[in-house]
Design a protein around this ligand. Structure first.
Ligand code: 13P
Length: 255
């Protein structure tokens, strides 16, 4: 982290977990534990949990995010959710391009870009996920993959929007596997992403961009990862599902 240059943000990605009642309970458990956080705290919850999450988080420092949004404002897109409706419910952030959506639901760099534009137009702050597969890392293709994903996601995104965007570097081989990227691997990849943003928008914009690491981040490894210059926070899956596991990560980012 380099808090002199940019905001540190810890976001939980709950994925497809928690009922509305469980959401209320978890946010209520979390609120007192993170009330003094010196970093951003976000919970990205399933669509159906949004009203419960927004209600429980009211008056606290916890911000609520969604996990996807559609690029159209409305129309014949059965099962989809428009960005403006999320905004109307009190959602502030939206995870886009998560590797699980790329892997299981046909997400492409082009659709990530379309969703990013729709989210920004609706006043949501996108958390754009990028990251390489294991075979791509082993074949030394990490930079190539990040290059395509970052340039794809940011196509035609105006520089003025950058302050409203977070990038999450999530190496796919580290998600839910217990395998964490080493501190140096995370720093190097986040630094490379920063250099791509510098190439697109200039060094000042790149220096101000919050770039999170995600992939088996937990209470045990958060502090070392966050000590790295280019790791500005975390996108947390499994360890965001209980207040006891999430709180130490927020505490590590608050140092
Ligand atoms: P885990 O923390 O469970 O590895 O998940 C990371 C992730 O995919 C967050 O978006």
């Amino acid at each position: 982290m380099n808090k002199a240059k940019r905001a540190a943000v810890i976001a939980g990605n709950w994925k497809m977990n928690k009922t509305p009642a469980e959401t209320t309970a978890l946010i209520n458990d979390l609120k007192p534990l993170v009330a003094d956080a010196a970093c951003g705290v976000i919970c990205c919850v399933p669509f159906t949990d949004i009203p419960a999450a927004v209600d429980a988080a009211k008056g606290s420092n916890i911000k609520i995010g969604a996990q996807n949004c559609h690029w159209a404002e409305s129309g014949a897109f059965t099962g989809e959710i428009a960005a403006s409706w999320l905004k109307e419910l009190g959602v502030e952030y939206c995870v886009l391009g998560h590797s699980e959506r790329r892997q299981y639901f046909g997400e492409t760099d082009e659709t990530v870009n379309s969703r990013t534009k729709a989210a920004l137009a609706a006043g949501l702050k996108p958390i754009i996920c990028v990251g390489e597969l294991k075979e791509e890392r082993l074949a030394d293709k990490t930079h190539e993959v990040l290059d395509v994903q970052v340039k794809g996601a940011f196509a035609d995104i105006a520089a003025a929007e950058l302050a409203n965007i977070i990038i999450a570097y999530e190496p796919v081989w580290a998600i839910g596997t217990g395998l964490t990227a080493t501190d140096d691997q995370a720093d190097e990849a986040c630094g490379y992403i920063r250099s791509l943003i510098a190439g697109l928008y200039g060094q000042d914009a790149a220096d101000a961009m919050t770039i999170q690491y995600g992939g088996s981040m937990n209470a045990g490894n958060a502090e070392a990862l966050l000590a790295k210059e280019n790791v500005d926070g975390g996108l947390i899956g499994g360890a965001s599902l209980s207040a006891e596991k999430f709180q130490p990560i927020v505490a590590a980012a608050s140092k």
